[in-house]
Design a binder for this molecule. Sequence first.
Ligand code: SF4
Ligand code: SF4
Length: 371
Amino acid sequence: MEYRTNRKTGDRISDIGMGTAYLFEAGMEEGVRALQTAVEGGINYFDLAAGHGDTYPIFGEALADVRKDVFYQIHFGAEYSKGIYGWSLDLDTVKQSVDQQLTQLKTDYIDYGFIHCLDETSDWKKYQENGILEYIYTLRKEGVVRHLALSSHTPSVIQAVLDDVDVDMLMFSINAAYDSGEGDYAHGSMNERTAVYQRCQAEGIGITVMKPFSSGQLLDAAQSPFKVALSKAQCLQYALDRPGVISVLPGARNTEEVRELLTFHDLPEEEKDYSIIAGFELVDTRGTCVYCNHCMPCPAGLDIGLINKYYDLAKAGDPLAPEHYRTLEHGASDCVSCGHCDSRCPFGVNLSARMEEIREYFTANSKYGDR
Ligand code: SF4
Ligand code: SF4
């Protein structure tokens, strides 16, 4: 397992986490085995906007003994009075649901207390008017909630909430289809979605990823808007390469699916390479680097995807990006213009010219020169 640190909180989080939309289907015994397998494999981050209320006792049984070693996302607005997941902006319903979740989880604290699933600006207004935000603040003062967080599918709402309150984590729906404007939660243009990634990275707000497989559609050629199936590994890597992302949270159903997730970091790079999306008709990223590293290796030793990411982030105002860039072993000034990457990039990026642009940018913006 690999870990990334949320700069706002210092929490060290597994880059593969787990969602819980389907875990209840496993039942108690198999659900406990799946969760314990996840933790033994290094997963330490769990989203608890569960698909069914039966999920919480499974967690209580499986992880109460290791509670201090794992992080829970709890959503103020998810409710289970009918068993299955429901959404509510009623304060009493929210209180009752959170109380019940804590009891069944056998815990007395919440790592990330989420302003839950806001997709309309009017919902944000109502959330505050109904006292739910104030309730989270009260619990934070009492030490029940450690950090404030937000889940949403909608870039414009995310920007509005981030303008209003100091959020420590964002949960956002990310995959190549949504970024291309395809699918149920493909909210916002590519530019609006990129602005969310870059803002979170610049402000140190970690992003956890929901729907990395677009509810399974991307794994099935017949359902995928691309008409070609991607693998889970390709989808996970795509999400992990977006700026700001800390952890991807696929919804494993059972122990077998958890074990499959745990193999991700052992897979060869070719299996995670998602540059095939460059050939999809719906993907319009011509000339834009998506940080996939399909053009590697570079004979001069440059980490091409990372150099491009730091450059984009620096231009977007991330104060740490220039520092990260300078810690790289090789920078744009080491490029020998061999053209290998230009011929390999399926996204049509003119890399050798861009390396010159990157070298000039960092040289102009630093007293230390490019490096
Ligand atoms: S230049 Fe092209 S191949 Fe290389 S990382 Fe960027 S998008 Fe991927
Ligand atoms: S053109 Fe520059 S960045 Fe690209 S492979 Fe050659 S040396 Fe590396």
